[in-house]
Design a protein around this ligand. Structure first.
Ligand code: GRF
Length: 191
C-alpha cells in the first residue's frame, strides 16, 4: 500500500475526493497519511478537520528549508506526494528524493496554459480569451520546471461558443474528480 502526502493550497475539493476514494479502497492500494498546506486560510483545512485527515500548515519561509520537510515525509513513511491545487514550487531536493513520485493535476491540456502563475481561473480565463475549442486536464509527474514533467494522462472536453468562466471551471472540476483517483491508483499499482 502506497502512503501518500497531499499538498493543497485552496478549497481542496480534489484532496477530499482522493481521500474519499482511498477510503473505499478494497485492495488497500493507497492511504492518505496527511495533508500539507501553505495557506492558513485555505478551505481545505476545515475539510481535513471534518474528515479526520492530519493537516499541517507549512508556510513558504519554512517550505524551502527542505531538510526539515524531507525528514518529516520520511518519518511519516511517505511514498508519494500528490499535488492537488498546490501553489508553491516544489524544492529541487524534494524532486530528487522522490523521482517520479510527485504527481500534479493541472486544469488545462499541457503544454498549453502551463507555467508560473498559470493556475485555477487564470488558466480558464486565458483559454476563453483565446477562444479555444477545447480544454481539459493533465495529470503529470513533477520536475524542476512548472508544469513540464512527464505527462501521465490527459482528458479533453469540447467547449461551447457560449462557455463562461463558471461553466468551464465546473466542467474541469468534474473531469478532475472523475479521473484523478483512477489515474493515481493506476500509477500506484504499476510501480
Ligand atoms: C484544480 O483545478 C487543479 O487542477 C489545480 O488547482 C485546482 C484545485 O482545486 N491545480 P481544488 O482546491 O482541488 O478544488
Amino acid at each position: 500500500m502506497k502512503k501518500v502526502a497531499v499538498f493543497a493550497s485552496g478549497a481542496g475539493s480534489n484532496a477530499i475526493n482522493l481521500f474519499e476514494d482511498s477510503q473505499k479502497d478494497q485492495m488497500n492500494c493507497y492511504k492518505i497519511q496527511l495533508l500539507i498546506t501553505n495557506k492558513e486560510n485555505a478551505g481545505v483545512i476545515a475539510k481535513c478537520k471534518l474528515m479526520g485527515i492530519p493537516c499541517f500548515l507549512w508556510k513558504r519561509e519554512h517550505f524551502y528549508d527542505s531538510t526539515i520537510l524531507l525528514e518529516f515525509l520520511k518519518n511519516n513513511e511517505i511514498d508519494y506526494v500528490v499535488l492537488a491545487g498546490f501553489l508553491l514550487k516544489i524544492p529541487i531536493d524534494l524532486i530528487q528524493k522522490y523521482p517520479n513520485k510527485i504527481i500534479n493535476i493541472h486544469p488545462s491540456l499541457l503544454p498549453k496554459y502551463g507555467g508560473k502563475g498559470m493556475y485555477g481561473d487564470f488558466v480558464h480565463k486565458e483559454v476563453l480569451a483565446n477562444s479555444e475549442k477545447k480544454s481539459g486536464i493533465t495529470i503529470h509527474y513533477v520536475n524542476e520546471n512548472y508544469d513540464e514533467g512527464q505527462i501521465i494522462f490527459q482528458k479533453e472536453i469540447e467547449l461551447n461558443v457560449s462557455e463562461s468562466l463558471e461553466s468551464l471551471r465546473s466542467k474541469i472540476h468534474q473531469l478532475e474528480h472523475q479521473y484523478f483517483p483512477a489515474i493515481i491508483r493506476k500509477v500506484f499499482v504499476e510501480n
